[in-house]
Structure formats: C-alpha cells, structure tokens
Design a protein around this ligand. Structure first.
Ligand code: THU
Length: 148
C-alpha cells in the first residue's frame, strides 16, 4: 500500500501532538510517535522517562507496544517528532533499538519512517521520508530465525 501525502501529513501531525504528552522531566526532550497499522488505525506514544534512567522508554516503542497490544501485527508507517520540551521540533531520527523493534512488525523495504520538524516562520511542518530498510540495512528479523 502506497501512502498518500494526506495520510503522511496526518500521521506527522499525530506524532507532533503526541510529543506534548511526553514524560521527560530529566532530558526535557519531548518525542512523539504515531504508528499506522495495516488495519488503518493509528497508535500514538510518547517518551516516558524514569528516575532510574535506563528504565525510560522511547516514544516509538511506546507507540509500537500500544499497537501490538491491541492486536496489530503489521506496521505500515511510523511518524516521529522530537525536540526540546519547551517547543521547537527538529528532525528526530529513531534510535537503534527502536529501529529494530519496528523492524519486527514491518516489511523493511516498504515501511515508511516519517520525520517531521518545524522551521520557524514556516507554516507547514517539513517532512523527510525513509524506508525502514534505509535506516536499518541488512537487518535481522523474524525471517532470519527460520529453521531453528
Ligand atoms: N527518545 C525517543 O523517545 N526516541 C528516540 O528515538 C530517541 C530518543 C527519547 C528518549 C529520552 O527520553 C529522550 O528522548 C532523550 O534521549
């Protein structure tokens, strides 16, 4: 399924909105993610930090966890928005762990990772669209385990 521009924009908007619901008192870095699943539903998540720092979770994994817990098994796209909690959004590429977690539930050559940022003075958010494979080449996934 090819994503149309409207869906991409809608997903980016949902990611930005979700970033406002982050719990990031330690880094003050707000991240939001929006997962589009094969059902057509959108699941959002934000980063949730913890006083015990390593216990925190990224926005992307919190959104994927919501989607998978609701029965979804195929991710078509993930939009991500991040920046200082006080405002301003630059491109926020997903961390390595999140790339791997998304990989588990997608077709890497077609799943889209959409980064969105706000440029001061510009009305519309700027987007950068990649495939998961571009961000995580030669990946290890469920197919890698066949035969065990
Ligand atoms: N963070 C995310 O939520 N997603 C990423 O892909 C990169 C980093 C969060 C984790 C932490 O709460 C904050 O951003 C600063 O690293």
């Amino acid at each position: 399924m090819e994503l149309d521009r409207k869906t991409i924009r809608r997903l980016a908007g949902r990611a930005e909105e979700a970033s406002r619901r982050c719990y990031a008192p330690y880094s003050r870095f707000a991240v939001g993610a929006a997962v589009l699943a094969s059902s057509g539903r959108i699941y959002t998540g934000a980063n949730i930090e913890n006083a015990s720092y390593p216990a925190g979770i990224c926005a992307e994994r919190s959104a994927v966890s919501r989607a998978v817990s609701c029965g979804e098994r195929k991710i078509l796209a993930v939009a991500i928005s991040g920046g200082p909690a006080e405002g301003g959004r630059d491109f926020c590429p997903p961390c390595g762990i999140c790339r791997q977690v998304i990989r588990e539930f997608c077709d890497p050559s077609s799943a889209k990772i959409i980064l969105t940022r706000r440029v001061p003075g510009k009305g519309r958010a700027e987007l950068a669209v990649y495939t998961l494979e571009e961000l995580l080449p030669q990946s290890f996934g469920p197919d890698s385990l066949v035969g065990i």
